[in-house]
Design a protein around this ligand. Structure first.
Ligand SMILES: *[C@@H]1O[C@H](CO)[C@@H](O)[C@H](O)[C@H]1NC(C)=O
Ligand SMILES: *[C@@H]1O[C@H](CO)[C@@H](O)[C@H](O)[C@H]1NC(C)=O
Length: 207
């Protein structure tokens, strides 16, 4: 369902509805009028043209696990989690070779070819969800039913992982999706039926 503006979304009006067939899981992302998703029962990625509702590109993500093999802790079938920012498209997933740990691939948004891949040592099914800001992947885990912790980072520039602890309040227990939007610097979180916004403040790291 596509709304013309964020206000329309909040008021549940002015929506255009498209039905896509053969998509799997909730790791989709929309970017430049295309929607990226995991094609049903395959390790293929789909790029759907939202103007025409036609599949523009279908491409295999090499070795990707699929079919609810290594989803996140709080949500099934999110084998592929697509991430966008102003300058690109990424996918967070896992493979048998990397024993279920998180893999990150940067994609060519035109062709869906893999441009670069990073292997992490963080087991994907043990985290609630993940998002990427400025080339750094952040992973979260529950602290209790009302608090979530951003606890793990992987920097694709330095290929280093790190530990942090940023506690976030949540409405209910389970997080199904987290996405960062660089244009408004907001984290959009889907939490048991609530769409929750978190405004982010960035500050330099002091060593
Ligand atoms: C993506 O693919 C298109 C079409 O093949 C090509 O023109 C473009 O240079 C590629 N971009 C990158 C970043 O590789
Ligand atoms: C977007 O991704 C690129 C890597 O493709 C990264 O260099 C850049 O910092 C990111 N920008 C933002 C605002 O996250």
């Amino acid at each position: 369902r596509l709304h013309n503006s964020y206000d329309d979304l909040l008021l549940l009006k002015n929506a255009r509805e498209l039905k896509i067939q053969y998509g799997e899981g909730s790791g989709t992302a929309v970017y430049n009028n295309f929607m990226y998703y995991n094609v049903y029962n395959s390790r293929d990625m789909g790029k759907l043209d939202l103007n025409t509702n036609k599949l523009a590109v279908r491409k295999t993500l090499p070795n990707a696990a699929y079919g609810n093999r290594f989803s996140y802790a709080g949500v099934g079938w999110q084998d592929m989690d697509f991430v966008v920012n102003e300058s690109g498209l990424w996918v967070i997933y896992s493979t048998e070779d990397n024993t279920g740990n998180i893999m990150i691939s940067k994609l060519n948004e035109t062709t869906l070819d893999v441009l670069h891949t990073w292997n992490t040592r963080q087991y994907k099914p043990s985290i609630s969800n993940a998002f990427i800001i400025c080339g750094v992947l952040y992973a979260t885990r529950p602290v209790n039913t009302r608090k979530e912790e951003i606890f793990y980072t992987y920097n694709t520039d330095t290929e280093q992982e790190g530990k942090i602890s940023i506690i976030m309040d949540k409405m209910l227990e389970t997080i199904q999706s987290i996405n960062y939007n660089p244009s408004d610097r907001v984290l959009y979180v889907y939490n048991d039926g609530y769409l929750v916004k978190y405004n982010l403040i960035f500050q330099p790291m002091l060593h």
